[in-house]
Design a binder for this molecule. Structure first.
Ligand code: PMV
Length: 317
């Protein structure tokens, strides 16, 4: 009746932004991501205590703000008639700040909850259950390079390249540690309803996915970087052109992009991507990370650097 699971965040290179079904939390577009190593969320779920209500500790502190969303995820995963749970989560990186903490949290929660109640689920089923709570969490069930495709009323997720076959590294420049001003679920709906660029974003996604798939298969860093940066800036253009505008960037976000452009001009193999937050993720070809770390560390407004490689999918401990 209790289990612990660990999951790692993932960063989309070809992004998911917008839902085709808000009830089932199904994405409007496919996406391609990399699962990270080095950063993790560990979730312990305990159904043994015969409690009146769920409880949650985040890094040892009670957290009633995040509890309802985790409770709903448990309902979705193992049914509303489930026993109440004691949940304890621990992460070694800031949460709710555009660092994909929801992906690792819900992936780990789903794996732990299913195991605690002895549900015999395949990884594909677990990915769909995790995706109900957070679209990007479905991808953290798998390691390395991961593609999420839409299929009828579900998603189908698979690993498209093993991390050992192309061991990229990621340097995350943390520019702000606080929670983001607007959550991705609400922001995606605002974009869908108001951005004049939204339709075009959806129709162009297939071609971006195909370009990225080819670049990954060929281990073509330059081609992957070009399509990933383009796709990221397009997603942020959809956000910026929403009403009200959704702007997650800070001055330091832009300063990091300038640093990365300078590194690229100097021949360093690196590209950027940015999610629903002000942090900049610098994806580095093998061997480039030290130069990238040094340059981002010296960039105005950067508060911390996090280092990651490519890692494995969610698993029981
Ligand atoms: O899974 P959510 O609801 O946290 O949304 C993730 C959205 C982005 O991080 C901006 C893009 C992505 O594909 O991960």
């Amino acid at each position: 009746m209790q289990a612990t699971a660990v999951a790692q965040p993932n960063i989309a290179l070809i992004k998911y932004w917008g839902k085709r079904d808000t009830e089932l939390n199904l994405p409007a577009v496919g996406s391609i991501s990399i699962t990270l190593s080095g950063l993790y969320t560990r979730m312990h779920v305990d159904f043994t205590a015969d409690l009146e209500a769920d409880s949650l500790l985040v890094n040892g502190e009670p957290n009633d703000k995040l509890l309802p969303r985790l409770g709903r995820a448990l309902d979705n995963c193992v049914g509303t008639d489930r026993p109440r749970a004691r949940i304890a989560s621990e992460a070694n990186f800031p949460i709710a700040a555009g660092l994909a903490s929801s992906a690792s949290s819900f992936a780990a929660l789903t794996v732990a909850a299913a195991a605690a109640l002895q549900r015999d689920c395949t990884t594909a089923e677990l990915a769909n259950l995790a995706g109900r709570a957070s679209g990007s969490a479905a991808r953290s069930l798998y390691g390395g390079f991961v593609e999420l495709k839409n299929s009828d009323d579900a998603v189908s997720v698979s690993s498209i390249l093993d991390p050992l076959d192309w061991p990229l590294e990621v340097v995350v420049a943390v520019t702000e540690k606080g929670p983001k001003p607007v959550g991705s679920t609400e922001a995606m709906e605002i974009s869908r309803q108001t951005s004049p660029f939204y339709e075009r974003w959806i129709t162009d996604q297939e071609s971006d996915l195909a370009t990225a798939r080819e670049a990954i298969a060929a281990r073509d860093f330059k081609a992957l970087g070009a399509i990933a940066e383009h796709n990221c800036l397009k997603m942020h253009s959809v956000m910026w052109s929403s009403r009200p505008p959704i702007v997650y960037w800070s001055d330091a976000t832009l300063a990091c992009l300038e640093t990365i452009r300078r590194l690229q001009a100097d021949g360093v193999e690196v590209f950027f991507t940015i999610d629903a937050g002000p942090q900049v993720k610098a994806v580095c070809a093998p061997g480039s990370a030290p130069a990238v770390r040094e340059a981002l560390g010296a960039t105005a407004g950067v508060q911390a650097l996090l280092d990651a490689g490519l890692g494995a999918g969610a698993r029981l401990e």
